[in-house]
Design a protein around this ligand. Structure first.
Ligand code: BT5
Length: 253
């Protein structure tokens, strides 16, 4: 049981025991005309999705597996910024509920002690010139005592980090509160206001990193992000480079 402190987000909640992916269901509900802020949550996903066709492990009753329908009036190329906005909101929610300071791994991972506790997935349905809907998915490991062997090195849960059984409903309510606030702030004033908060929580800024983008891999010093959420890297030739999306590697010294 939890009280929602939001105006629109979570006004309609669709709860399922088992789904393939809350993203798939949310796309359907969006196409059927459901309003912005409608959320889909499931106890278990049998085919949870990460980016680029990757799998998201979503065992029964242990996490927050949720997708929210958004209908922002944004240009199509601005949509990826929502991932960064959501990351800051989820960091805040984790802090407010558990006291844990998670960090952000560009563009869409949240880490605790360098292990992934949550991931964000933004998918868009658009006409050539207009966004129809964006389905923003958040997956968070909450209660798992163990993560699968193949993820042992890279994944964690709030339980594993804190040894406390965090109430998933209360945490979800907090995520929705923070998300609504950051989303509205972003739509009103762009990324400028959120950017310093993002950079303050981001891992690897000012450090040597490799960004593996879709078309290119850049190694150098991470400088931060632009006002459009693009990662800035000073490469080894002294040129400033911009990477739009991809995966980061840190170098542990
Ligand atoms: C993500 O992709 O991190 C986005 C994850 C989004 C999941 C939510 S759950 C609700 C909604 N419905 C869905 O079907 N999806 C969204 P990516 O950055 O591509 O990371 C995927 C990688 O994370 C995998 O290849 C694994 O290495 C790792 N991974 C998989 N499951 C994990 C888990 N439960 N915890 C931590 N890491 C995991």
């Amino acid at each position: 049981q939890a009280t929602l402190a939001t105006e629109r987000f979570g006004k309609k909640v669709i709860v399922r025991d088992e789904v393939t992916s809350t993203q798939e269901l949310a796309h359907q509900f969006a196409q059927e005309g459901n309003e912005e802020g409608t959320i889909i949550v499931a106890e278990q996903q049998t085919a949870g999705k990460g980016r680029l066709g990757r799998k998201w492990y979503s065992p029964k009753g242990t996490g927050i597996w949720m997708s929210i329908i958004l209908r922002p009036s944004l240009a199509i190329q601005e949509a990826p910024q929502l991932t960064l906005v959501a990351a800051v909101a989820v960091v805040r929610a984790i802090k407010n509920v558990t006291g844990i300071e998670a960090s952000i791994k560009w563009p869409n991972d949240l880490l605790i002690n360098d292990r992934k506790v949550a991931g964000i997935l933004t998918e868009m349905q658009a006409d050539p010139d207009r966004i129809q809907s964006i389905i923003l998915g958040i997956g968070m490991n909450v209660l798992q005592e163990e993560v699968p062997e193949e993820l042992e090195e890279i994944a964690t849960s709030l339980w594993k980090e804190k040894g406390v059984q965090v109430d998933r409903t209360a945490l979800l309510a907090e995520i929705l509160k923070e998300l609504e606030w950051f989303y509205d702030t972003f739509l009103q004033s762009g990324l400028q206001f959120i950017k310093p908060m993002w950079e303050a929580h981001a891992r690897g800024m000012g450090e040597r990193i490799t960004a593996r983008g879709v078309n290119e891999t850049v190694t150098g010093t991470a400088l931060g992000i632009t006002d459009q959420g693009v990662l800035r890297i000073l490469d080894d030739k002294g040129n400033e480079r911009e990477v739009y999306s991809g995966d980061l590697d840190f170098f542990h010294t």
